[in-house]
Write a protein that binds this ligand. Sequence first.
Ligand SMILES: NC(=O)c1ccc[n+]([C@@H]2O[C@H](COP(=O)([O-])OP(=O)(O)OC[C@H]3O[C@@H](n4cnc5c(N)ncnc54)[C@H](O)[C@@H]3O)[C@@H](O)[C@H]2O)c1
Length: 364
Amino acid sequence: MKKSAKGIGLAIIGGGRVGLFRGEVAARHPAVEWIGVAELNPNRGGSVAATIGADFLTTSYTELLARPEVTCAIIATDEHLHVDPILAAVERGVPMLIEKPLATDLKESARVLAAIEGAKLDAVVGYTQRFRRRWLAAKEKCRTNALGDVTLVTSRAFMNRLVAIDNYKRTDNPATISPMVISGTHALDICMWCLEGKTAVECYARSVDKVLGPLYHGIDATAGMIMFSDGTVHHLSISWALPVTWPAAVYSLEVGIVGTTGVLTIDDTHRDIVLAVSKAQSEGYAPDESRLVDFMGSYPPGDMALGELRGPMAEETRSWLNRIALGVPTQHATAREAHNRLMLTKALDESAKRKAPVALPLEA
Ligand SMILES: NC(=O)c1ccc[n+]([C@@H]2O[C@H](COP(=O)([O-])OP(=O)(O)OC[C@H]3O[C@@H](n4cnc5c(N)ncnc54)[C@H](O)[C@@H]3O)[C@@H](O)[C@H]2O)c1
């Protein structure tokens, strides 16, 4: 059967690390006919536009979205700066790939979700790990009841403190930044994806802040539980305050899924490829001179090889472009799922703050 692809005019709003990764993948996609970039920092914008061979460059997302060529948009601004460009793209009526989280404030996230759903737009959110083979395998075993009824999910995410420091330094409101909201959301999305169809009714959590508290009014780690209406329990923890020398460049995760007739454990710690060098390599989220040992593959977007990004973010971007060009279904998280993940991470933070259980859903 012959499938004909719709030509794509892609607007990339935010030309940072992720905007560049996705732009490079898009530039190689056969359906992409035009790329425009809006990046606040003109130097950065210039280098990103040159690297991907963009057709249009501006510092204003309004100017970019006004271009007639635009048929879809990637919103890749900083975590706390998604709302305005999303609302502008909704106004323009184009489908979107939005970086996580939908917003960092629950009320704003609800506002954005209402706008997207009100306009009946196809907007998906970059929960990139859904495109790693091991998580797809886990999803498939849960979906097809290979484990019976899932009753317990446990997850442990470990990160060195570079991402935390970068996030706290960039914000003037550290209260909106937490390990759960910014990074725990990835592990949570994977686990909630495997628990699809179950309803979360209550959560409980506690946090510690001995490292990042004194430095940035930040949080080091949060451990908690989410309880479901059928008695299922999700037990989860994240620390993003491990020493800079912890060998995972960014994310190191272990998950266990227990059902009534089976169990599945997934090692996503990336201990399978260990690099040790005498001179630091400038790769990963925030390269640091003191890091000489690396769990390769622990940078969530993937790795560069032979001049191309390889791994989950490349797969995710290509898959989204196929979704737009061919109308094929994909496993991207919907805006509604992304709002649910923000609500759950906020509820866990709220429970840790109150030192008391929080009923779900948490209202904005
Ligand atoms: N899915 C993943 O694995 C993954 C990995 C890393 C980051 N992210 C997410 O991607 C998003 C971007 O992260 P990043 O690491 O690329 O950050 P970054 O700081 O490298 O890039 C953000 C860029 O957006 C630009 N920007 C901000 N406001 C703008 C505006 N109004 N108009 C135009 N440009 C604007 C900034 O100048 C900056 O260059 C965040 O939401 C982050 O959580 C996702």
